[in-house]
Design a binder for this molecule. Sequence first.
Ligand code: CTP
Length: 395
Amino acid sequence: MSRSGREILLGVGGGIAAYKSADLVRRLQDSGYLVTVVPTPASLNFVGSATWEALTGRPVQTQVWENVHAVPHISLAENADYIVIAPATADLIARLAQGRADDLLTNIVLASAVPKLIVPAMHPEMWHDRATADNVEVLRNRGFVVMEPDVGRLTGSDVGAGRFPDSGSIISELSAIVGRTSDLLGVKILITAGGTREAIDPVRFIGNRSSGKQGYAIAQAALARGATVRLVSANCDLPIPQGAQVTPVETADQMQDALEEFFEDSDVLVMCAAVADAKPRNLSEMKIKKKDLHSIELVANPDLLATISHNRKAGQIIVGFAAETSNLELHAQNKLDEKGLDMIFVNDVSGGAIFGSDQTHGRFLFKDAPGIEIAPTSKDTLAHELLNQVRNRLS
Ligand code: CTP
């Protein structure tokens, strides 16, 4: 993600419509976007690198083997706010659907989590072919926005669906994505993720199975939608979402300190972390020998969420999570009420389900609206649904 929030990485596929993307570059620039072009090697048969370099004032590269020291697929992926692939040929769509990484552009697509707009252009027979239709469906299911090509005259004498849409339609499609994805611009979101650990001795601790995946997915989604994200991360072994400000913590007490430091200046708190409910009364400085390890006296940790929510300012939104193995709705409703939350997501964690998985399911309960059932879905999708609910409640 870039500082400007308006960096477009334009991938150009090897179709005759590549020349029309020269106009698209200009129109994107007129609309205030900064454009870097990454052509596929095949597309250079239609439009050479010099054209793209002259239009964008930026260097152009097609293969991962150039400028290797700069790790271009990662640096370009990190700098992009949106990826637009125009024109996308049948072959390029097939390679994207398969997750191939055989040129610089396909490497970047795999390395980037930003919104992606695909603009197909090809002969109608190729567009309507089952293989292409299946590949397009795969990409749409993965969250790519794939435009419908225009209908009309193609190169040669054929007529039908497959024409490259005009630059104006492509930019309005992009604007819709940008509008949709920047709906949390400037909103300050504090997210806790992972599970706290309470030391018993230098070797052992009381912990839990939370991986942090859900909290990290929410952080990633919030960043992509323009939010400022502070992530309080308890014992997670996950890549840091680019752009997040991260405060690592180990224990519930440290998490409480972080919440006290950052909550006042936040618009939203998403308390995704699993906080250990108790800690050993005494921390042994020395490793406890197993013959002495009969029982551990515990003292309760404070309820961080309840404490913070009772000290909140008007307008601050607080989201809790609940992990339950029985009477999900009843327990979650009690937590929503007792902890003074705006909403809560309850997971059924019977048998250790959901912990560490990329999938989740459960139910949202709200202070102000009927609950919503969430059928099995990815933690990324849940993150966006949670943020939609938050956005609707921001004043
Ligand atoms: N939570 C908290 N501080 C604690 C315990 C939990 O802030 N000491 C927060 C969690 O981050 C979560 C919510 O409270 O957002 C519910 O956590 P959960 O573990 O499901 O419930 P508990 O309150 O711990 O109750 P119980 O263990 O009895 O189910």
